[in-house]
Write a protein that binds this ligand. Structure first.
Ligand SMILES: C[S@@+](CC[C@H](N)C(=O)[O-])C[C@H]1O[C@@H](n2cnc3c(N)ncnc32)[C@H](O)[C@@H]1O
Length: 216
């Protein structure tokens, strides 16, 4: 969904290149958890956009695989081809894990869960669960139903909490429902919080949910 929108967006705009606040929090958590272990942690990013968070994780010693559907991925792959711990894949992440064979220590999704349908999200989260190593963790940041732009634009027929606004699809996430879905799949919820301070962008303060969940 919205593939053309995102391809054009990354072709014609200059989105932020610095790591998101979420990536900064997640990285410090991963590094703390790693401690002095000589084992390099692996992380899969679902929907990396211009790669800003994946590049940041890789620059800080994590073995990163980053998926997105946009043309930008080809440019990033070329730019980072000598970087052994950063692998860009141009694919639909809802088809994951079809084209991947490893399991990961961490799977990271920032501002992407709200860009897919509920049925796709349910399948994806089950696949994420099955492709994390034991003790592995999932990190999600997504727009919530309490966001100021919830309800703006055209409701998507047959879907809940989904609207086309500013030319693209968003399915706003109900935090309680997400926690319930993750728990049903078998995740153990470590942390969840919602705030308008998590993802400031220009003059916008979207209401955003963060979730950290592990598998035992
Ligand atoms: C709002 S951007 C977020 C990008 C990045 N995570 C960040 O925080 O800067 C959403 C990204 O998800 C990607 N995306 C959405 N649905 C996708 C799908 N089914 N497969 C691959 N990429 C997808 C889009 O192409 C876009 O790059």
């Amino acid at each position: 969904m919205d593939k053309t929108y995102w391809i054009d967006y990354y072709k014609n705009n200059e989105p932020p290149k610095e790591p998101s606040l979420f990536a900064q929090v997640v990285l410090s958590y991963i590094l703390k958890r790693r401690g002095n272990s000589p084992v390099t942690p692996s992380l899969l990013e679902l929907g990396c956009g211009n790669g800003r968070d994946s590049i940041y994780f890789a620059q800080n010693g994590i073995d990163v695989t980053a998926i997105d559907q946009v043309d930008e991925i080809c440019r990033l792959r070329n730019r980072f081809k000598s970087c052994k711990n950063l692998n860009f894949i141009r694919e639909d992440f809802t088809d994951f894990p079809g084209y991947l064979s490893e399991k990961y220590d961490f799977i990271y999704s920032r501002f992407t869960l709200h860009s897919i349908r509920e049925d796709e999200a349910n399948t994806l989260l089950k696949n994420v669960h099955d492709n994390l190593k034991t003790g592995g963790e999932l990190f999600i940041e997504a727009r919530s139903v309490n966001d100021d732009i919830f309800g703006k634009g055209m409701p998507v027929k047959g879907e809940r909490n989904a609207f086309i606004y500013n030319d693209h699809y968003r399915r706003f996430i109900d935090g309680d429902e997400l926690v319930e879905t993750l728990s049903r799949i078998g995740f153990n919820i470590i942390y969840t919080e919602e705030s308008k301070n998590f993802a400031p962008y220009r003059n916008e303060r979207p209401s955003v949910i963060r979730v950290e969940a592990t598998i035992l």
